[in-house]
Every structure is written in C-alpha cells, then in structure tokens.
Design a protein. Sequence first.
Length: 164
Amino acid sequence: MFKSLKLTFFVFISASMFFYSCTTTTKKDEQNIESTEQKYEWTDCQNCGMPTNDFPNWQVMLKANSKNLAFCAPRCMFIHLADSSNNVVTSIDKMEVTDYYTTQKIDGTTAFYVTGSDKTSPMGKDFVPFSKQEDAQSFMQEHNGKKIYSFEEINKDVVVLELK
C-alpha cells in the first residue's frame, strides 16, 4: 500500500512539473512576443485604394511630411514616390516594407528589391523586398528574377521599365 501511494505521488509530481514547464512563460518570453508582434493601423492604399489589411505580407508603411501613408505593396509605394508632384521622396522619415522570406517589417530604404520574378504581389509585377542582399540573390535565382535594386536606384524610369 505504501509503495502504491509513493508511486502515485511520484507520478502526480512528475506530471505536474511537466505541465507547468510546458505552459509557463517568463517575462523575457512575453517581451519577445510583444517586440516581434507587428502592430499597425492600416488603411486603404494611398495609390490604388485597395485595403492594405488584405495583404499583410506585402504591406508598406511610409512616414513622410509628418503623415503616415499605407500601401498594399511596394509597387504602389514606388509609383507614388515616382510622382514628383507630391514631394514625398524628399521628406521620408520612415519606411517599412515586408521582407518576402521572413514577413517581418524592415527598413525600406536599406532593403534590396528583386524585379521580374515569377512571384507577384496583389498588384501584379512588383519590387520584392529583402533585408539581405544574399536573400535577394537566392530569390532571384529560384524565381527567375531579372534584377536587384537598392532603394536609391529606383526612380521613375526604373518604375516604368520594371512594371510595364
């Protein structure tokens, strides 16, 4: 009887420790969850009017002239930037694009953009963004991309050439 009680107690303690260790999170875990979670108040695309929430893996956020501008894809952002009448390109405070591989928001001014691939955004042909040039090169080989551009290289002529 004592052996049976001892065994039952051991099984109970072991099971309790197992379930407790699998379900608890530390403060550090909670901070990591909060810091990687993407929180944006998205609106319709400034260029085409499509709802940006429908395309979370392509979303772009641009802060310029103290205004937040949302785009459904890099294509729409670059078309908007190519329009010199809105003076946005000279006053960019912050730009976040979505890395194609990681789906994390990255700095759009330091990203690498692949064009001409077999992957398209909701708008069709697009500038596919990556945080690392190696990822852009790998993607370009895997998906028949034509060229890799830095943000500084993309102007009105490039937009017209790559999106026609």
